[in-house]
Design a protein around this ligand. Structure first.
Ligand SMILES: Cc1cc2nc3c(=O)[nH]c(=O)nc-3n(C[C@H](O)[C@H](O)[C@H](O)COP(=O)(O)O)c2cc1C
Length: 210
């Protein structure tokens, strides 16, 4: 899938997300925010000028977003997280937001009641898609905007020191380590990043990227 496909899932299937900022003391704050629009490389949300959220976004224009959809207590769940830069675009796209999200008119009925609203665009950053419904689970990174994709930015890799003992494979919960050759290779798309492989490797061949 491409970035635009993940962003579409975020807007259409997940929609209500949790967005974190930091306050003026540098402490984290998180609250539920709806993703109103998505295009090829950005997502859009809105807030009101009087809110602490707005001030935090203006002061430090960076957000961490997480959202999930699916059934409680089942493996039928998808999640998307994004960390990225955000910019205020004022009233641009406000009408489009109200057209695409008719329920918003129940909260802000008349145009006069919308005067404090400001639209924000997340335009650059790193994302992660997680799908528990596949076997093994799916984990995929994606980028928004100009950001360079950090290949294997997080997670574990098996280096040339590997002796092929397969101890890592035996403790891998997703069995996502290819044992057909030495060094063994972790399939990053399915890795849970649990670190079991690094713990058990007798020769220290597994390294953590970050
Ligand atoms: C389902 C749901 C969706 C929400 N969507 C938004 C939103 O899109 N924009 C917004 O400013 N507040 C939204 N809120 C309210 C915020 O979660 C939050 O309570 C409010 O913005 C105050 O946050 P603050 O004190 O950090 O400024 C939503 C709340 C719920 C329950």
């Amino acid at each position: 899938m491409e970035t635009k496909d993940y962003l579409k899932i975020l807007k259409e299937e997940i929609h209500s997300t949790v967005i974190a900022t930091v306050d003026s003391d540098g402490l984290p704050v998180a609250r539920v925010i709806d993703i109103m629009l998505a295009d090829d490389n950005s997502v859009y949300f809105l807030t009101a000028k009087g809110k602490a959220f707005y001030s935090q976004l203006v002061e430090k224009p960076f957000v961490a977003i997480s959202g999930m959809c699916g059934g409680t207590g089942t493996m039928n769940k998808k999640a998307i997280s994004i960390r990225g830069k955000v910019e205020c675009i004022g009233k641009e796209k406000l009408d489009e937001i109200f057209r695409e999200n008719p329920y918003m008119a129940e909260i802000y009925p008349e145009p006069e009641t919308r005067s404090a609203l400001k639209v924000f665009r997340v335009y650059e950053g790193q994302g992660e898609f997680f799908d528990l419904s596949t076997k093994p689970i799916t984990r995929e990174g994606f980028v928004l905007g100009e950001e360079e994709k950090q290949a294997n930015a997080v997670g574990y890799v098996i280096t040339d020191r590997c002796i092929g003992c397969q101890m890592c494979y035996s403790v891998c919960p997703q069995k996502c380590i290819d044992t057909s050759d030495v060094p063994l290779v972790i399939d990053q798309m399915h890795c849970l990043h649990c670190g079991n492989c690094m713990e058990v490797c007798p020769v220290g061949a597994v390294e953590r990227n970050r």
